[in-house]
Design a protein around this ligand. Sequence first.
Ligand code: SAH
Length: 352
Amino acid sequence: MSLATLLRTRIAQTGPISVAEYMAECLLNPDHGYYSTRDPLGAEGDFTTAPEISQMFGELIGLALAQAWLDQGAPAPFTLAEIGPGRGTLMADILRATAAVPGFGAAAEVCLIEASPSLRQKQRDTLAGTPFRHLDDVSGLPDAPLVLVANEFFDALPIRQFVRTAEGWRERLVGLADEALAFGFGQPDWPAELAPRTDVAEGQIVETCPAAAPIMAEIAARIAARGGAALVIDYGDWHSLGDTLQALRRHEPEDPLANPGAADLTAHVDFEALATAAPGLTASRLTPQGVFLERLGITPRAQALANRLSGAALDSHIAAHRRLTHPEEMGTLFKVLAFTAKGAPMLPGLEP
Ligand code: SAH
């Protein structure tokens, strides 16, 4: 039975479900979930990500993380963690670039937090020869200084959507119309968590991501207690506003209800909610990805790599540099927010 049929049957029996429940089923249902059943990344997949576009992304991030580690006295051992590691490409690039930083690799206990069995296998293949552990969630992170990176992880967490009306907030729900999945709205309510959103006009939608704050808080607790840093890269903004639920299949947007379990579903990240969940840490300024990568020296790195390339490889390398940094590509839409232990220097490229 397809996931669409399962969802229709469930909704017919027990009523409409939240957008968050819908997203959770579509992405991580053990038998039909998008991430559970496939490797969605790359040219043949449905979407691509910065580490898959160019090795430069992971190299620069690795060196920024290693600098944060050095700035905090090079603690050993420490946990080098990635949450939502996809194919393992980012971690492989981080480890290769930081092999030149004395002591970093030897002190690092590498942990990958990954929910998808198929991507876990892909990560084992990519990182063959590197000792690392898979964790189910952040609660399993060791009690040690923590250096963590999350690229396009928080955008995959299920969101709830609410529209503001004169009578209160009405949650957007997934129900049935003529037996097909269809959006509707629940009864008006005044949830306490939306009380601060006095900026939202009637008819506008806001999104909340219930899973994000507990994950961020768990990461923050370790960094506050033992030291370290976290670097979050994703698309989104300081404040969530508007409907940003998006489905991508074969690199094209589509109706999020059209193919449950077969399309990637994401929503913009509300970075303020992450910062609010980590009051014990220092947060950087929210910085566009393009600005961050330029400050870390992506242009000289790109030129050094270009010297070894020619023909089609050179063209695609130049296109990759542009794609990561240009304001019309990923440079502005994607943002970077870093966290360090209070009193520790901020990561390079994100200093105040
Ligand atoms: N960071 C990678 C992959 C981004 S795709 C890259 O930049 O290429 C999102 C990743 O998060 C996938 O690895 C997916 O399986 C994982 N993921 C999604 N929800 C998760 C959850 N609740 N817990 C752990 N991993 C999750």
